[in-house]
Design a protein around this ligand. Sequence first.
Ligand code: UD1
Length: 338
Amino acid sequence: MAVLVTGGAGYIGSHTSVALIEAGFEVVVVDNFCNSKRYILDRIEQITGKSVRFYKVNVCDENVLSKVFSDAGDIESVIHFAALKSVGESVEFPEKYIKNNIGGTEVLLKVMAHHGVSKLVFSSSCTVYGQPETIPVDESAPFLPAESPYGFTKQACEEIITKHSSHTNGSEGFRSAILRYFNPIGAHPSGLIGELPLGIPNNLVPFLTQTVSGLRDSLIVFGDDYPTPDGSCIRDYLHICDLADAHVAALKNIPSGVRPYNLGTGKGVSVLEIIADFKKATLMEVPYEIGPRRKGDIVQIWADPSRAEKELKWKALRSKEEALIDAWRWQQNLNGAT
Ligand code: UD1
């Protein structure tokens, strides 16, 4: 039986596909390459030594998606990554985000129900919490009003999945693990797959590695006057391969009903610490300057990942130094390829 991975050529999707194949799962990827590249699929095959079944499909296209289920014939569960993820772009084009992220999830649920597929792992984000009152944050923290249309779509999809579950409790019962990611960084240690930002990166580590490699003049630290020990914002950075492993664990231990899980290390790290750690791990200088705060940034957040450890039997194992070395290796390979 196979797992359908929507958005399987993307950053988290590609690492998860590798982890699934290595764990013995049969993988069927759908992707429309709107924010990924076809060659990543070859790289997945290169790393795993297995061929990957693939369909170029937009998940919003119900008929075509339904044909994938019929054609593949053996899809038993789904991991749904396919979504747009740029916070800034979502502010500019909110409708595009609603149509793709919410619309795509609705279509997928409908098609899954039609084909009798009842297991879903959903790609969500800690953005659903906003700035939580208590840190580390656990899954009982309430959703705060979304900071961006992107964040709104993640909250809305979680609610749609929960509602869907209460309507479709058939003989099998719909089951879904909702995975709330903290900040995935790094790349596969082979250097063959990693994050491929289109244009100027929004996220910290790709901007940092591009700066160190000379593609950008300087990394701007968005504010050093926050109420944190060194004044810069704090996040919970986890290695992308740990995050990928969490999806395998979620499939193996899929809860009954719908249940959210925080995926992080449980430790908060500041922007200035990431810069210092990068230098220590790679011996490379990071040209940076302090700039103004970024609008909408939350001050600090890190996960209480204990539910995932207990119920999914998953824990982040790799260090942030390892993640930064892997991110740097990937950046150097990218530079070599252009
Ligand atoms: C961002 C999104 C979040 C989304 C996640 C997906 C915002 C406000 N939040 O999270 O909703 O789920 O990406 O990956 O955009 N930083 C700098 N300089 C930079 C880039 C970042 O100082 O050039 C700082 C930020 O202020 C932040 C930290 O680095 O403190 C991490 O930023 P980023 O990688 O963009 O992730 P988030 O903001 O946590």
